[in-house]
Design a protein around this ligand. Structure first.
Ligand code: SF4
Length: 373
């Protein structure tokens, strides 16, 4: 399928989907492996080719302020605009061969509709790999899904161009922007293979101004991406942009891929990060990937009471009154939609009649993929 986000230049095209802005000559693809130059037209080669599909608790994204307790029909393809050396989903994100089952936008919406009542599906989320490398597909799904009452959301690195922000904000209701290593520029160069973090922070600001619901995660990696000074600068920047709605989920790192020799992040360093974020005025501060931690809950920024009590992906108790105000003090919370107790607490895998014919698009074996987010 032809893409929209690119410009044609003399002997190549320039892709505008992400801030890498690859210049792609004929018969080659860009860094992500899925945007391809065919006769100087950009083809989105992973169009509708999904390697992962499940109904996830929305807390798994993580969305803690967007319909808490509901579910997200979650989909992912191969490819990514980043090359994170610690990626949890590296076997699909770094895969340069196109594999997957072919699902048209209508089929995605039909799957969401068929599970809507049973699992409280509220959004279709493009996740597991980087959704901004095929934004045109999200847009096609959005056109149908919104008529059926579904929101569209992304779990993304936020590494977008101005053009991509403009395009995505037409249909995107919510986004989790996944920052890593406290947005330290040296970390970004060495472990992500990007030049700097500025495009991500600019996207955060622009999408927020355009009314997209935003939650921010930060993967804290021991020794190489855990400087408190960086966490302070990042928190300041988020607070400047989002004010009373500012939030951050500090995520515990677990060894994976090329960084399997680094130990998991200590709880102590994660807690120090949350302290710094609170000092910088962040209203909602969380610790993720630590089951049972007290910072899984949402606390009212005004009175400090628990307004949403969680255990892992389970929303167990909701103390929120009318108009999303704290039940204890009446403070207006940063919350889109209503919160409810969860029906599911782990992914529900989808069986479609297409799964047995998972297609071999390019010469590649099918692998089992283990997914996070
Ligand atoms: S999405 Fe990013 S990485 Fe992929 S081709 Fe476009 S500019 Fe390059």
């Amino acid at each position: 399928m032809k893409g929209v986000l690119y410009v044609r230049e003399n002997d190549h095209i320039t892709c505008l989907a992400c801030a890498r802005k690859c210049k792609i000559t004929k018969n080659l693809h860009g860094f992500c492996g899925v945007r391809y130059n065919l006769n100087n037209e950009l083809i989105v080669a992973n169009w509708g080719l999904f390697v992962a599909i499940a109904i996830d608790p929305i807390e798994k994204k993580p969305f803690y302020h967007f319909y808490p307790g509901h579910s997200a029909l979650s989909l992912g393809t191969v490819g990514c605009s980043w090359a994170c050396k610690y990626c949890q989903n590296w076997d699909i994100s770094q895969r340069k061969q196109l594999i997957g089952i072919k699902l048209e936008p209508e089929e995605i919406v039909s799957i969401a509709k068929s599970r809507k009542e049973l699992y409280d599906v509220i959004t279709i989320t493009f996740t597991y790999n980087e959704p901004s490398i095929y934004p045109e597909y999200s847009y096609e799904v959005a056109k149908i899904a919104k008529k059926e009452g579904f929101y569209i959301s992304w779990v993304s690195n936020g590494y977008l161009t101005e053009e991509a922000i403009e395009f995505a904000s037409k249909f995107l209701d919510a986004i989790t922007i996944d920052i890593k290593g406290n947005a330290n520029p040296r970390f970004a160069k060495k472990y992500i293979l990007i030049n700097n973090y500025e495009p991500v922070l600019e996207a955060l600001e622009e999408l927020y101004k355009k009314g997209v619901h935003i939650e921010i995660t930060d993967l804290v990696i021991p020794k190489i991406g855990d400087r408190l000074e960086d966490a302070r600068n990042l928190s300041k920047r988020i607070h400047d942009i989002m004010g009373d709605n500012s939030n951050i989920h500090f995520l515990r790192f677990y060894p994976n891929y090329k960084l399997s020799d680094i130990p998991p992040t200590s709880i102590n360093i994660l807690e120090k990060h949350t302290q710094v974020a609170k000092e910088e005025g962040i209203s909602y501060v969380y610790i993720g990937n630590v089951l049972g931690h007290k910072l899984e809950h949402t606390y009212c920024p005004e009175c400090g009471n628990i307004v949403i009590k969680r255990y892992g992906f389970l929303v167990d108790e909701v103390n929120i009154g009318k108009n999303n105000r704290c039940k204890f003090c009446g403070y207006k919370l940063y919350l889109e939609g209503h919160a409810k107790r969860s029906r599911i607490t782990s992914p529900m895998y989808i069986e479609t009649n297409k799964i047995p014919i998972m297609r071999k698009i390019v010469d590649s074996e099918i692998v089992e993929v283990k997914l996070s987010n």
